[in-house]
Design a protein around this ligand. Sequence first.
Ligand SMILES: *Cc1c(COP(=O)(O)O)cnc(C)c1O
Length: 380
Amino acid sequence: MFPQLVDTNTSISLKLLQQHIAECAKLSIGYPVNLDFDYTLLLPFLQYNLNNVGDPFVEGNFALHSKEFERQSLNWFAQLYELEEYWGYLTSGGTEGNLYGMFLGRELYPDAVLYSSRDTHYSVAKAARLLKIPHVVICSQFNGEINYEHLEYELSQRKQQSAIININLGTTMKGAVDNIERINDIIQRLRIRFYIHCDGALGGMLLPFIQEAPKISFRDYPIGSISVSGHKFIGSPVTYGIVLTRQPYVKKIETSVEYIGSKDMTILGSRSGLAALFLWYAIQTRSQHFHKEVANCLQNARYLRDRLLEINYHPLLNDFSTTVVFDKPAIELCRKWQLATQGNIAHIVVMQHISTQKIDQFIDNLLVNNQLSCFSTSCL
Ligand SMILES: *Cc1c(COP(=O)(O)O)cnc(C)c1O
């Protein structure tokens, strides 16, 4: 327990915060964040500032780092995505990985236009804005997947310009997976210059562990880069992410930006060496069970969908996804269970810490709430 660190003026206290967080964590089912982890073995490293500043493949002068662990973790991901000559680094999160992907695409094709679906995470549009990349938003299908006909139409309107295409491997709201093969067919047919970035914030850790899911393979497809969040499926006390690309691409733009006198190609400077240890530790202790973790989440997501179906909440559960979308419940309930909402829909992302018991508890809560609101709106 904490010593009594209380600011009497503002009544802020660590103890109260800890209690508050512990309570909220029990009801945290709305966001794609795995709360089921234990990194206590790494506590001794909290005594130091581990900073993996700059390129993970260059040791640098600062000795307090964990770059060997970062490299081993990156190597694990490179194998997962069948990427042989790779470069990458641990980012501050999925957002930085998307920014890096857009940056690389723009550096390789300065005339490029970005194409991404309406259901794409807002970080992609932000990256386009930061980098001043013209951005064409493509319609989505009802399930959140990109509309391929619309994509083909918009691409065909600008065949002389290069294209940066963002592919969602699990959209934020509906967990929809854009089909790499179909998109690849379209660009090959149109014969345009292109760069593909995959946003795999959550799905980047789901698809490889689902047998029937489309492969995320740099060997089979001309993918340029992929971004994955570390604090989502893997889970971590600090937020971070992973970005990977083809090493020859980085080599190309290294020379083109030689004037900065460094081959430091990360977007940010200082980077968490602790995050690298969390990731490495998770891979060491859990990678053999990732299949099982994903299978459990999928099974519980189907259970949640079925229960919501029974009570007429119109659930939607995409293939290869653990995100269950349904009619937005009463606002008090959304707040209590920290549900993410969009218009008249809400979602629950079934992560490792969400058991069937928790799902039952939520459904009971939903039913009681319905009865209450029924009384108050005088159904009787
Ligand atoms: C969460 C999410 C992001 C952003 O990731 P952060 O790690 O929160 O920066 C990007 N894309 C998708 C699809 C996401 O769900």
